[in-house]
Design a binder for this molecule. Structure first.
Ligand SMILES: [Fe+2]
Ligand SMILES: [Fe+2]
Length: 172
């Protein structure tokens, strides 16, 4: 008996999954940028929140890396496209976070759709975690914007205090 795999991953699914490793690291960079923005303003509740987000993105990258290894695929790392942005307001950062998560949700849905087309049930199953995760990520980002809209710039310190006491998965 040879140890050949009977599940063969389609090339295009492999390419998308490998690209997603990069996009998860890129997401960590986006949040690191936010972290730096808030650290510079001494808003340590916000910076803690975005540090947690950055670390979570790295854990997402690991999930893709581990899945590719499990499927006997070679992980190819590529440069991370990112330049630090100059943000002019807290609102701009919060909206940037939501837009980025919406972009990532679209990427996950694209891979899912391709996996569905090629009857790659294993990848669909693997991606189920990320479909749920992206709902949570978008809800958190939208909640922060809603709260900011409610309290305004003068309520940022109050939000900062709340975020200081928040756990990784809840923007209260
Ligand atoms: Fe992610
Ligand atoms: Fe995310």
């Amino acid at each position: 008996m040879t140890a050949e795999r009977w599940i063969i991953m389609e090339e295009k699914i492999y390419t998308l999954l490998n690209e997603q490793v990069n996009k998860e690291f890129q997401s960590a960079y986006v949040y690191l940028d936010f972290y730096n923005f808030f650290e510079e303003k001494s808003l340590d509740g916000f910076s803690k929140w975005y540090k947690d987000q950055a670390n979570e993105e790295i854990s997402h990258a690991w999930r893709f890396i581990n899945y590719l290894h499990d499927m006997d695929q070679q992980v190819k790392l590529t440069p991370i496209e990112h330049k630090s942005q100059k943000y002019s307001s807290v609102k701009e950062v919060l909206e940037g976070g939501l837009h980025h998560e919406q972009y990532i949700s679209g990427c996950i849905r694209d891979i899912y759709s391709q996996a569905n087309e090629t009857k790659d049930f294993e990848t669909m199953n693997f991606l189920n975690y990320f479909l749920s995760e992206q709902i949570e990520e978008e809800v958190n980002a939208r909640n922060l914007i809603a709260k900011y809209d409610f309290v305004g710039e003068s309520g940022v310190l109050g939000m900062n205090g709340i975020l200081q006491n928040s756990s990784d998965h809840q923007a209260q």
